[in-house]
Design a protein around this ligand. Structure first.
Ligand code: COA
Length: 207
């Protein structure tokens, strides 16, 4: 477990969060089949998300989440290629637990955009059976807060604008930031932190 003087390293591992709307997305019990009703009741239990820093022992669980979400084709994706061989930042990578099971993950990896140090966010993954219950956004907010406190100035990602837009991510102007592989320009998004301007230039992994 990382320790140090940065407050997030000490405090962040043990955040407890209750979902905003824990009942969202659950099917309603019909009452016709007792076993179905029991399952639905169980599924409707509020989830008291537990978010903490990722540790090396989480590797297999995180890898499994990524495999389920993106399949074997993930290794060919441009964002994966940028991260290849570059360790994610352990102070800015979090897992979400339901009970003692790792069911969500977000990682931030150091990159440069032109000469500007920045972070690449991803993958963000939530286990299929726990989707739409607020964990993805909770992990995102936790990672962005931690990045801001660490003094980071930009977080880049490739993802769906309707999901990331409300959390502060804006589309990158066409050609302003270039990646070393194909990417849909409409899905290249950036959040600037600590009052910084949007950087420009080619992206490469590491600092
Ligand atoms: C994308 C993902 C991380 C979202 O996590 P989640 O915990 O299910 O989502 P949340 O509960 O935080 O948010 C749910 C809301 O986001 C919406 N949403 C989910 N995925 C979305 C997407 N790709 N585009 C737009 N909206 C999306 C849901 O419809 C829901 O909307 P509502 O609040 O109006 O009901 C999760 O679905 C996942 O793991 N997907 C596969 C991997 C992936 O695509 N990761 C992102 C790219 S790196």
């Amino acid at each position: 477990m990382p320790t140090g003087h940065c407050p997030v390293r000490v405090v962040a591992p043990w955040f407890r969060h209750l979902t905003r709307n824990p009942f969202r997305g659950q099917a309603e019990g019909t009452g016709a089949d007792p076993s179905t009703s029991a399952r639905n009741l169980l599924a409707m239990k509020p989830i008291n998300w537990f978010v903490r820093l990722e540790v090396p022992a989480d590797d297999a669980a995180v890898e499994n989440l990524q495999s389920v979400a993106f399949g074997p084709g993930r290794f060919a994706r441009t964002a994966f290629r940028i991260r290849e061989g570059i360790p994610h930042d352990p102070a800015l990578s979090f897992v979400g637990l339901a009970g003692d099971e790792v069911v969500g993950s977000v990682r931030l990896t150091p990159i440069r955009i032109g000469e500007t140090p920045a972070m690449l966010l991803g993958p963000l993954t939530v286990a299929p059976e726990f989707k739409n219950r607020g964990l993805g956004k909770l992990l995102l907010r936790t990672a962005l807060d931690a990045a801001s406190r660490q003094g980071e100035t930009a977080v880049l990602l490739v993802g769906d604008p309707p999901y990331y837009g409300p959390l502060g991510f804006l589309p990158v102007s066409f050609g302003r930031i270039t990646l070393p592989g194909p990417v849909d320009p409409a899905r290249l998004l950036i959040a600037t932190l600590n009052g910084a301007d949007v950087p420009s230039g080619p992206v490469r992994g590491g600092r």
